[in-house]
Design a protein around this ligand. Sequence first.
Ligand SMILES: [Zn+2]
Length: 395
Amino acid sequence: MAILDAARRAPHDRPILIKTNATRTVTRLTNAKEKLERQGWVMAGEDADVYRATVAALRRRSARTRIQFVCAEDNDPDYPHAMEAAVRALDEGAERAPLMTAPAAFDAPGIPLSSITQKLATRVIRQSKAIRTEPRTKTVENLERARNEMAPILKFRLPDVKIWRAQMHKDFSLEVRQFLWRVTHDGLRCGPFLANWGGDWVEKSKCKACPHRPVESIEHILFDCMDSARALIWSMAEGLWSATRLPWPALSLGTVIGCGAARFTYLDGRGEEQEAVGKSRLFRIILSEAAYLIWRLRCKRVIDHEDEPDWKHPTAFVESEWNRIINDRLTSDRLLTNQRIYKKKATKKSLVIDTWQCLIDPASLPDDWLNFPGVLVGKRPAQAGAPHSLRQRRA
Ligand SMILES: [Zn+2]
């Protein structure tokens, strides 16, 4: 938005130098411009209209325009001004619609027939259908909850698009992504979903683990149910998180829905705020896997033991399932750092170390524990508080 504003305000016959700290913006307005324009800016996501208008505004200029990437480390005197302009443009973003009209003579709307591919056409059809579809009331409510309940962790309110994008975070397994998507749409087959079918389903929509038989919504299953497995899993999740020495946030349905956007920070040597990437990632993994495990165990209890209302998962089984899930994540993370096998797709070793180091007992293992088979993390219940140690699978 700031670049679009500059392109419009600056005299067209005077050379200008635009400085920005957004690498993606520089790429899209320079090297990737032709390809994105051939694709009708469809691949530019929700900012497509801004880029299209910016390119048209820049093309209208007769003098030379240069775009330069700047970052904090460059000590560029214009960096604070670039940041200010970006923040101002973001604040004004909501009122940008009237500004999006590109100068017609320099605009290139649509997609040339020669550039159409099946993938591109599918994307266009999906986008046009999404525009015509009214969002579900429950979905809108859940997004609002995620926005409000993630605000204490993030210190800002998430827009819808970031919540949806966060749910597709690569730190989540495919099953967890699908689970979060269905939670957000209130599409899990429990509680109110079953009650809507009427008849016998109304009775089946009530929780059998709680004596007062409330409607078994996903919120009840995750946060209110008296099922012992639920409390134990959250306790073990909190126990693992305590190794980071960060406070365990107040949990709610909104934090589960928006946990992909979690961001924890620390102050570096210069007093500047930096993201603790590993801790954000560990929080995402712990919270999403704990919620998904509670749901899976609830389904197993309700479906496989329908005729045994007092049946519960044994404590040892719940603990072993939790340990298995967390250790599977740790092991797959370790294996995915292998550059010889995964080449450029390999996970960065520093990211894996940042994520898991706080759970590893340094006295038990060599420094290069990434290459050490059988690395495991203990269960560490929250209330015990006793230090756990990493143990080997085999002697
Ligand atoms: Zn219950």
